[in-house]
Design a protein around this ligand. Structure first.
Ligand SMILES: Nc1ncnc2c1ncn2[C@@H]1O[C@H](COP(=O)(O)OP(=O)(O)O)[C@@H](O)[C@H]1O
Ligand SMILES: CC(C)(COP(=O)(O)O)[C@@H](O)C(=O)NCCC(=O)O
Ligand SMILES: [Mn+2]
Length: 897
């Protein structure tokens, strides 16, 4: 057991920010924010919507919003100008923030990480944004393009000057009828020519791209239940694409660029909105759709029961509640339009049109023997009842043979296709793992109606955010979830899928797509196809509610730390406040609609929190805490190493694993642990944690691991060639837990790669910070020093130290690579190219900490030996995952599968 003699009396708790002070901050006190000089790794771009503004009157229901993205320097746009809506997609790339990082250079040299595939991606490292406008308000769209100067750029232009003259020769790709109709207007107002792209071509290209490249794009929607569909890229074609815009197109798709428009109908989205407007006097499409949710179509529609005296016509399979004739009841009564409720009219109309489209779609699928029908177009509007109705029609008519599926980017197929028609940008070559969808910062409130002039500085952004979030929270006050109900035999009862459409609030269920061609699938996953990072499924509402509460309760403490990390200034307080409100609003939105941006796991929530912090320029909230804990732990490291060296090989291995588990208690993300930190010093808590390490642990495969490491009896196994250690927290966790374990592996001749976060998350150690920590530790340890030198970690720092002993035994190298993320969890489908390169020769993976080995990857299978080590610092997770208690430990060893 470690018995450190150096005492550390620094309490871990940090002083609280006075809440009253925060409350007193008024807008006029706001000081401009200093420019941030903190390095941001470019491995995962930040949330995009970095500045946003409301233009005009805040009291308007649909305020005009701006998302300026000051840091982005190149843009590229494509349009789909339809009969009802203009869909705009633009690409932005922010300035390359690569710093001269010696560690990175070394790793590249050693591991031979190539930039090979980057050449194919002129639009690497950028983001795709999705925006829509009503075609009747085309001026808003022109203003938006103008204010963001989207029309002046091209992927090959190095950078635009902010006052760039309008480019005479600029060309933008556009599809849809408006590409013809408004070509002159674009020339006149923006000085650009429109290059017209065929609409069907674009729809198909867009749909194929989405189905291949976006993980949770397609889903089924039956009786209020949404389920994402795993698309097998090799078994995608043929399918029927039904695009429900103003009118409807039905396209049989046989492959990339291989398609035929086989049918269509003039009864489409325009019909619903047009007739609905005439009949109900609604002022907007969403108002009409919302009305339908409160409607009862039995007052309007003639049902089978109306004709058959309340009875079913069972002989031909029609229940009494089946609609016999849409609007049929209105002929027999002596009533005027005013005598009917607009709600009922809207619902009848919606059902009439949805059923009709579903039926025609089915008939065309039947004509060509197609089993899968994908529905797109903005008529669907993510509206649960519309989707249920279409699904019902397809299911009913095909007797379950054909399946209706919907696309999250429903309305953007054509615009995406137009975007992809730019030559040489490589978008169509991108693969699933190179796209990261991020929660769009503004979406919970504004739903994608985005325009207005750019904001001046960060200060403006924050003051805007304060108003914006206030406004947004009013709009998006959570709607209670209706318990799932059935639409009845034939789906003919009143709508059940309520609470999903919230006018003005969530017009787009799409995030911002980050294109990161440097991301790769972790090569040691046994089966990337079936790999699911999240252990906890948040589609279980109870689970979602629990984690929602945990994150909400942690928020005020996190804000305190974040504000303190920025010096506790008034600006920091304002940003902290804006962060708290924005993050809460996101959580509220996801509570209501968990699958809004694809399947939601706990890892996404934890990442969202980090992304949100960065959005408000809190780049490392736990910086001071991490430093203090590192220092305290480094001070006792020599004693620990001495003690370890006095043990037998067997005991040493056990003590090392115990040490890793015990030191994993330093986790500022766990409520229970943070409470502990107020009760003692780092070293006291570490000692207490060590003392409590009683075997067997809750999950205890130590004996199997020991056998692989040390063998049994006479046989001495070959040491592993290379171990990847996915490290977790700073302080004791890395210094007294993982580094000594790394040292043991090195001593046994195994190369060690420490895999750490690219960006800070809670108190996790980052790849940037590790070389200094290793250098400090190496001062007291020859093994670490030799290995760190061999791994190129110490070249400058240690070159002066003379030490004859290191000449005798050439060390195996110790290296550090970044993992490609900035979250407490890790999705191994999307890791840095460094890590992927390091993995090639590795035969042991050690995942440490709750985030990386429990919340994610607990069930992950690897091609090589894998060890998962964590202390479970949450009671509910302990009960659920290991049928145990808080502070129980997991040592899960799985030999190569
Ligand atoms: N805010 C909106 N304004 C008008 N129509 C909307 C709106 N949101 C959804 N819709 C529906 O979407 C349809 C347009 O879908 P879309 O795919 O954009 O087709 P188009 O290219 O013909 O404009 C409209 O006819 C209407 O049914
Ligand atoms: C955020 C964390 C995953 C970090 O844990 P770690 O990976 O550092 O072991 C963990 O602290 C956590 O799940 N916290 C929330 C639960 C709680 O407060 O109990
Ligand atoms: Mn951690």
């Amino acid at each position: 057991m470690a018995n450190p003699t150096t005492e550390d009396h620094s309490h871990i708790g940090i002083h609280d920010i006075d809440e009253e002070t925060q409350r007193q901050i008024s807008e006029k006190d706001m000081a401009p924010l200093p420019g941030s000089s903190i390095h941001r790794s470019s491995s995962r771009p930040q949330l995009d919507v970095s500045g946003a503004a409301i233009q005009g009157n805040f009291e308007e229901k649909d305020p005009t919003i701006l998302l300026p993205n000051q840091s982005d320097d190149i843009s590229h746009l494509a349009l789909d100008i339809g009969g009802s809506l203009i869909k705009l997609i633009y690409f932005s790339r922010h300035a390359d923030r690569q710093v001269d990082d010696r560690r990175k250079r070394r790793v590249k040299e050693r591991l031979g990480v190539s930039n090979g595939n980057r050449r194919n991606f002129p639009i690497l490292g950028g983001r795709l944004h999705f925006v829509k406008f009503e075609t009747s308000n085309i001026n808003e769209c022109l203003d938006f393009i103008h204010s963001k100067q989207l029309h002046c750029g091209g992927i090959d232009s190095p950078r635009w000057p902010s006052d760039a003259p309008q480019s005479e020769n600029a060309v933008i790709k556009a599809t849809g009828g408006g590409a013809y109709k408004f070509a002159d207007l674009f020339k006149e107002r923006l000085g650009v020519s429109i290059e017209k792209e065929d609409e069907m071509n674009c729809l198909v290209a867009g749909a194929n791209f989405l189905l291949k490249a976006i993980r949770h794009e397609a889903f089924t929607h039956m009786e209020g239940h949404k389920e994402f569909v795993q698309i097998d890229q090799n078994d995608l074609f043929p399918y029927l694409l039904v695009n429900i815009g103003s009118g409807v197109s039905m396209i049989k798709v046989d492959g990339d660029g291989k398609f035929q428009r086989v049918s269509g109908t003039n009864v489409g989205g325009g019909t619903y909105w047009g007739l609905g407007r005439l009949l109900t006097k609604c002022k907007s499409f969403d108002e009409l759709l919302e009305l339908s949710q409160r409607g009862d179509n039995r007052t309007i529609d003639m049902l089978v029961g109306d004709i058959y005296g309340g009875m079913d016509y069972s002989k031909i399979g029609l229940s009494a509640s089946t609609i016999a004739s849409s609007f049929g009841k209105t002929i027999s009564e002596n009533k005027e339009l005013e005598d009917y409720k607009p709600e009922d009219i809207s619902l009848s109309l919606l059902r009439m049109i949805s059923y009709n489209i579903g039926q025609i779609a089915y008939l065309n699928a039947l004509r060509f023997g197609l089993k899968r029908i994908f529905f797109g177009g903005f008529f669907i509007r993510g509206h649960a009842y519309t989707m249920d109705t279409i699904s019902f029609a397809v299911h009913f008519w095909s007797k379950g043979e054909a399946q209706a599926m919907f696309l999250r980017h429903e309305g953007f197929l054509g615009a995406l296709g137009a975007f992809m028609s730019y030559e040489k940008h490589g978008l169509d070559d991108l693969m699933v793992h190179q796209l990261v969808e991020r929660f769009p910062m503004g979406a919970p409130y504004i739903g994608g109606n985005v325009h207005g002039p750019p904001l001046g500085d960060l200060n403006e952004k924050i003051s805007w955010m304060e108003k914006f979030v206030r406004k947004g929270t009013e709009i998006t006050a959570p709607v209670p979830m209706a318990p799932p109900a059935t639409t009845g035999l034939g789906g003919f009862e009143v709508p059940s899928s309520k609470g999903v459409l919230r006018p003005d609030a969530s017009k787009l269920n799409v995030g911002v797509l980050h294109l990161v061609p440097s991301l790769e699938v972790f090569p040691l996953l046994a089966d990337p196809k079936t790999y699911e990072p999240n252990t906890i499924d948040l589609s279980d509402h109870g689970e979602l509610e629990y984690w929602f509460t945990v994150l909400s309760e942690h928020l005020s403490d996190l804000v305190d730390k974040a504000v303190a990390s920025e010096g506790g200034t008034d600006d920091a307080k304002r940003r902290g406040d804006a962060f708290a409100r924005a993050f809460s609003a996101h959580l509220a939105r996801l509570m209501e609609e968990p699958a809004a941006y694809g399947k939601l796991g706990l890892a996404n929530l934890l990442e969202l929190r980090e992304e949100c912090l960065r959005e408000f320029h809190f780049f490392d909230a736990y910086r001071t805490i991490k430093q203090r804990e590192n220092e305290a732990s480094l001070a006792v490291l020599p004693d620990l190493l001495m003690e370890l060296d006095s043990l037998t090989e067997d005991m040493r291995l056990l003590t090392l694993i115990e040490g890793v588990l015990a030191a994993n208690i330093f986790d500022w993300g766990s409520r229970a642990c943070v409470d502990l930190y107020h009760k003692g010093t780092i070293i006291e808590i570490y000692r207490m944690s060590r003392k409590k390490m009683q075997r067997p642990w809750r999950v205890d495969d130590f004996d199997a691991f020991k056998e692989r490491m040390l063998g049994s009896g006479e046989t001495k196994p070959q040491p592993h060639k290379r171990a990847l250690l996915f490290v977790d927290n700073s302080g004791a966790d890395i210094v007294l837990g993982m580094l000594p374990l790394a040292r043991e592996l090195l001593r046994r001749g195994t190369e060690v790669v420490l895999v750490a976060n690219s960006l800070p998350a809670l108190n996790d150690v980052t790849a940037m910070e590790l070389p200094d920590i290793v250098a400090e530790a190496a001062k007291h340890c020859d093994i670490l020093r030799g290995a760190a030198e061999a791994g190129g970690l110490l070249v400058d720092a240690m070159s002066n130290i003379q030490d004859g002993s290191k000449e005798d035994t050439p060390s195996v190298p110790l290296m550090v690579v970044e993992n490609g993320c900035g979250s407490p969890c890790i999705d191994l489908r999307q890791v840095s190219s460094e890590l992927a390169a390091a993995a090639i020769d590795a035969d042991l993976v050690i995942l440490e900490g709750m985030g990386r080995s429990l919340h994610t990857n607990y069930n992950a299978k690897f091609k090589c030996d894998a060890l998962k080590l964590a202390m479970v610092k949450n009671q509910r997770l302990a009960a659920k995952l290991v049928k145990g208690n808080i502070y129980d430990c997991v040592c899960r060893y799985e030999p190569a599968s």
